[in-house]
Design a protein around this ligand. Structure first.
Ligand SMILES: CC(C)(COP(=O)(O)OP(=O)(O)OC[C@H]1O[C@@H](n2cnc3c(N)ncnc32)[C@H](O)[C@@H]1OP(=O)(O)O)[C@@H](O)C(=O)NCCC(=O)NCCS
Length: 205
């Protein structure tokens, strides 16, 4: 019974790979795919292990429950979830109206699998999928050395007002020129727990 189920899921996976829905990555034999309801516990666990606390698992749950998630991908190895990343909606309020962007957060790889290319593979795939879905701008707060190799930069985020600042606050264009002339305030959804950002004195610069 269990063996039959494994064969079936292997066959489904092979078909999905052939159809381009999944990608086998080069360095390890993991698969990257959209998350499923059955993955939610494992996603909590990966985030808890990677970040060493419950804040990120709670953030993932709250973003999902609030309907803010635009893409959630997992890295799976031998039926075990070892990495996760999530993009949620992030409006930019400009003087000409609201521009839809994405926040990349959180992103996590289980400690024992870090530095094996899994985070990079997740991020490449995530950015590609977001671009294919028509998204144009992604904002992240994170390690500059890691994210800059994927096109994120503090310079691209310099005209965006946010509760974050400094070199960790970065943006990337999924379409060349998407941030040209764009200035405004990014409005993190409530699950980020940043409060109302309209009052400028609450915004760290
Ligand atoms: C950051 C993270 C997602 C990267 O995933 P990963 O699978 O380890 O990344 P990769 O193996 O693809 O890439 C590793 C590279 O990222 C760099 N990197 C990893 N963590 C880093 C950090 N905290 N600061 C700067 N660079 C970092 C490594 O030095 C390595 O660089 P190299 O290729 O020059 O050797 C993972 O380390 C993680 O889950 N960390 C804990 C949670 C976290 O900090 N999440 C991101 C929040 S911004």
């Amino acid at each position: 019974m269990a063996y039959g189920a494994n064969v079936a899921s292997d066959r489904q996976r092979t078909i999905a790979i052939a159809r381009g829905r999944l990608s086998l990555e080069r360095m390890t034999n993991h698969v990257i795919r959209p998350d499923a309801v059955a993955d939610h516990d494992a996603i909590r666990s990966v985030n808890r292990l990677a970040f060493g606390g419950d804040a990120e698992p709670r953030l993932v749950d709250a973003l999902r429950d609030g309907g803010f998630v635009r893409l959630s991908l997992v890295a799976e190895q031998v039926s075990r979830i070892i990495g996760h990343l999530l993009f949620s909606e992030l409006p930019i309020i400009t003087k000409d109206g609201t521009l839809q962007a994405l926040a990349l957060a959180p992103m996590a790889v289980s400690p024992e699998f870090q530095n094996q290319g899994i985070g990079s593979a997740l991020l490449r795939r995530g950015l590609d999928e977001c671009r294919q879905k028509g998204h144009r701008i992604v904002v992240v707060v994170g390690h500059p050395r890691f994210y800059q190799r994927f096109g994120f930069s503090p310079a691209l985020a310099s005209a965006l007002q946010s509760p974050f600042s400094g070199e960790a606050f970065m943006a990337a264009e999924l379409v060349r020129g998407a941030l040209e002339g764009v200035g405004g305030r990014v409005e993190y959804p409530p699950p980020f727990g940043l409060g109302v950002q309209a009052g400028t004195d609450r915004i760290a610069r």
